[in-house]
Design a protein. Sequence first.
Length: 364
Amino acid sequence: MSFKQAAASRFGLRLTSLAAQCLTVAALSMTTLSVRADDIADVQKLLAAGKNTEALQKADQYLNGKPRDPMMRFLRGISLSQAGRSTEAVTVFTKLTEDYPELPEPFNNLAVLYAQQGQYDKARNALEMAIRTNPSYATAYENLGDVYAKLASQAYSKALQIDTRSAVAPKLAMVRDLFPKERNSIVAAAGGSAAQPAPVAARPTAVTPPPVAAVTPPPAPVAAPPKPAPAPVVAKPEPKPEPKPEPKADDKAAERDVASAVERWAAAWSRKDMNGYYAAYTRDFNGGKGSRKAWEAERRARIVSKRSIDVEVSNISVDIKGDKASVRYRQAYRADNLNINSTKRLEMVRSGGKWLIAKESAGS
C-alpha cells in the first residue's frame, strides 16, 4: 500500500463538509523522496492506531538527523493536528510551504487547519496557492468550494441581521443545506426569534358566472391546394481542407531562440547564478510577491540555501504568436532530498531581441 493510500484510509480524505470542522486532508504524494520506507511505515502505523504521541516522538527522532526531510515533516504536521495541537501543526505546514512551494499538499492541509479555526480567508488563500502549484489538484478545488460556501453563509447571515427584510433568505437556506449540523445556528443568526405563522387568507365568496352567449361555429376552412414538391437539392462535394502550411524558416529560428532561452534559465538556476537567473525574467515580473525586490529576495534565499540544485528541461514545445510565446516542457528538479518531475508552462515575451519569462505556472 502506498503512503497516499495508507493516509487516505486513516484520515478520511473525502470529508468535504466544513460543518464537520474538517476539509479534505491530503496525503503527500512524493514517491521519489529518499526517505527510509521502514521509518515512514512505522509512523503511519502509529498514526493509524491513534498513537499520536508515539508517532510524533518517532518523527522527531528521525528529523534530528534529517531536519529538512519534507515527507517526515509532513507526517509530523499530521501527528500534531491529530493530537489537537493545531498551532504547532500550522507552523509545520507553513514552513513546508516556504521550503517546498512546488508541493500543493502542505498548502491544502494548512487550509484545513485555518478552516477549523474559522479563518476562512486564510484557508481560501492557501487553497488558491495549492491550485496555482497544481492546477489539476481536485481535492483543493473541492475544499475551496466548501470555503466559499462557508463565507457565503456568514455573509448572508450578516445581511439578515442588518436587514430582516433582505431577500437573501432563500440563498441562505440553499447554503445551509450544505451544512446541516449548523442549521440551527444559522437560523438563529438570521432571525433570533420564532417566525410568525403566515396569515390565513379569507375563503373566497362564490361568484355566479354571467351567462355565456351562444357562439356560431365558423365555417370549415377550405383546404389550400397542395404546393408542388421542391426540386431535389444536389449535394455539393465538400472542399478538401488545405494542408497546414509548414512553419516558416523565421518561425523555426524563433522557436529555437525561445528553447535556448529556457535552457539558459535552467542552467543559471542549477549553477545558483542569481544574476543570470533574474535576467531571464521581464523587469516587472514579481512572482506574486507584490514587488520585484521582494521576489528576488525570496528566490535568492531559497536557491542559495540549497546544498545542490539540478534543473533539467526536456520535451520543450513552443507556440509563437508575434512577440509572445507559450512554452510547455517537462522539468526535472533535484535539490538536496527533493526530486520532482512535473510539467511546467512559461509565457514569454520578446524584448530587446531577447525572450524573457513573463509568467510561469504548473500543469499541462
